[in-house]
Ligand binder design. Structure first.
Ligand SMILES: [Zn+2]
Length: 270
């Protein structure tokens, strides 16, 4: 069976924050570029660019403040029992922001899209024993950090797109008994790591982001009958290796570099 042809997939990328393009457009506005000109405008026409620049900067400042307030509001809502999840898209979260979160023992989902969190911070997050879903972007989670997260025994969804853990760290993650979705990027994981992934009994969704696996890594996945979706971005696999995988798992919903492969049973999904 030849799966070598690919077609466009309308499946949306899940890692695009909604506010970033708006901020970029403000910063790139042509009026903003004139602010550093050093000229002395005398009329409203010449003042307009400077005013626009002022409002653009004000908008950027207000956006930042709003995001920070949003984080505080979410923490407040969890404390009040209104929700069990926190999703922080725009506010950059560092270790200094975490102590308030550590008190939320009932938290079940934590998603931080702009995180600068150390292993010490991850140790604190690992005390949130009710977590089912965890997403930490832009933090280089290493083997020590992974070791901490492995204390989250109820974890079902783990998303670490900018990690740097090794095969050893992945082997620890693979022991999480209820993990159903694993999405990660790490330049240090190899084909050997896929052997550990293949042993995860409840894993149904796997997304690898620029993990340098080869066809040998794909071979390790051939027996994963329970795997429903596999998204592979980057890597060092060949068309033949991918075709072999899809022959072994003909029901697999598969994307390569955001594209569908022909023959995908779910190629028509939105
Ligand atoms: Zn798809």
């Amino acid at each position: 069976m030849n799966h070598a042809r690919i077609s466009l997939c309308a499946h949306p990328r899940s890692d695009n924050g909604p506010c970033r393009p708006i901020l970029r457009s403000v910063l790139k506005h042509p009026d903003a570029a004139e602010c550093g000109s050093g000229t002395s405008p005398t009329g409203w026409d010449k003042m307009a660019p400077r005013c626009n620049c002022f409002f653009a900067l004000l908008l950027v400042a207000l956006t930042g403040c709003w995001s920070e307030n949003e984080l505080a509001q979410q923490i407040k809502r969890v404390k009040a029992g209104g929700t069990h999840e926190i999703i922080v898209r725009d506010f950059p979260v560092s270790d200094a922001d975490l102590p308030e979160l550590f008190a939320l023992a009932q938290l079940q989902a934590l998603e931080i899209y702009q995180a600068n969190i150390s292993n010490e911070g991850l140790q604190g997050i690992a005390n949130l024993q009710q977590l089912r879903r965890l997403r930490i972007e832009h933090s280089a989670v290493d083997d020590v950090g992974v070791q901490a997260l492995c204390r989250l025994q109820y974890l079902e969804v783990l998303n670490l797109p900018h990690a740097v853990f090794s095969d050893a760290g992945l082997s620890e993650l693979a022991k999480l008994p209820h993990l159903a979705l694993l999405r990660f990027g790490s330049p240090r994981v190899t084909d050997r790591g896929m052997i550990a992934v293949a042993k995860m009994p409840e894993l149904r969704f796997l997304h690898l982001l620029h993990v340098p696996i080869t066809d040998r890594g794909l071979e390790a996945l051939h027996g994963m009958r329970q795997l429903e979706s596999f998204y592979l971005d980057g890597g060092s696999t060949s068309d033949q290796g991918l075709s072999d995988l899809l022959e072994a798992l003909p029901e697999l919903h598969f994307h390569k570099d955001q594209l569908h492969w022909d023959g995908d049973p779910r190629a028509g999904h939105e």
